[in-house]
Design a protein around this ligand. Sequence first.
Ligand code: SF4
Ligand code: SF4
Length: 371
Amino acid sequence: MAHADPAAANSDAGALQRIADALPEWAAAQGFNGLGITRIALDADAAHLRKWLDRAHHGSMDWMARHAALRSDPAALHPGTIRVVSVRMPYLPESIQQAEAALGDSSRAYISRYALGRDYHKLMRKRLKKLGAQIEQAIAEALPSLRADQRPFVDSGPVLEKALARDARLGWIGKHTLLLQRDQGSFFFLGELLTNLPLPETQAAPVRDLCGSCSACIDICPTGAIIGPQQLDARRCISYLTIEHDGPIPLELRADIGNRIFGCDDCQLVCPWNRHATPSREADFAPRHGLDTATLLELWAWDEATWLRNTEGMALRRAGWQGWRRNLAVALGNAPPLPEAVQALEAAKPDASDLVTEHIEWAITRLTQAC
Ligand code: SF4
Ligand code: SF4
């Protein structure tokens, strides 16, 4: 791209600017509701990550520590990367009120709203690839001497996605550690296209942090996992405990998990900026198998074959069958003390693993003591 001829350099810069200007519209056609371009300057975020890891707040997510250096260096992840195109896709499949109704009924199962439909990874990666192909075609037409080399990521590699999205002017990082934006709230997925193209950065001013004196997310967290503004102890977070964590759920946290069987949205549901969140129009994110309204006993009745069939192509698979049963047992222990719940738990014991049996016994003890 280095030009001895200033006129040629200007025309290259003009072509790159025209492509950057067209990107938000191309992204919208792929279902993204925000796009920004950033350089890579993640030193402060890398230091924050190192401190978090040093305090062991990542729990058993060893891969976080293993790939820590890569996270803050996209060029090491994909050589030649000098810019990141960051995109946002809303996923809330239904209204906030519907989510709150499910959470507020302890006989019903609460599944994090992002996981009720099709797994977002494949869908977003495919859309990001299409966006990348469109950029490559535009480059080939406008600047044939330039060879685009790009790679999409959707939660699939060691990328500091929230920091990159913040730098791409897509929002600010809230006290709950998630990215949010005043008109869109925080119920969206993030994706990144790592690129070697010298695309001009998004010029808008940094998005102003509007958390102010609010601490609603910290106050409501059922397990006290948000230990300070932008500080999460994942070992206490229900999302970690019900999805990433393989072993027994710590006894002292089981009651606080309530009816949350896969993930947790409390810190997002309470956030005032999510009052404006509108449901996604993406058909793939619509709830499957009535999972948004199912009772705990209905889901407990699924055998492994049913679970495998019903969760095909869904993020729910990440918990694994044993994790799913463990989580359901805990939630049943926190449910209204109905005799049929105790019977259903007892009936499952002969076929249960040691891990699940221990959680079943905890649940039965809790239910019978409450009777
Ligand atoms: S997801 Fe739930 S448990 Fe985790 S920090 Fe948010 S409110 Fe707390
Ligand atoms: S609940 Fe309040 S403090 Fe937490 S992210 Fe939202 S605005 Fe910020």
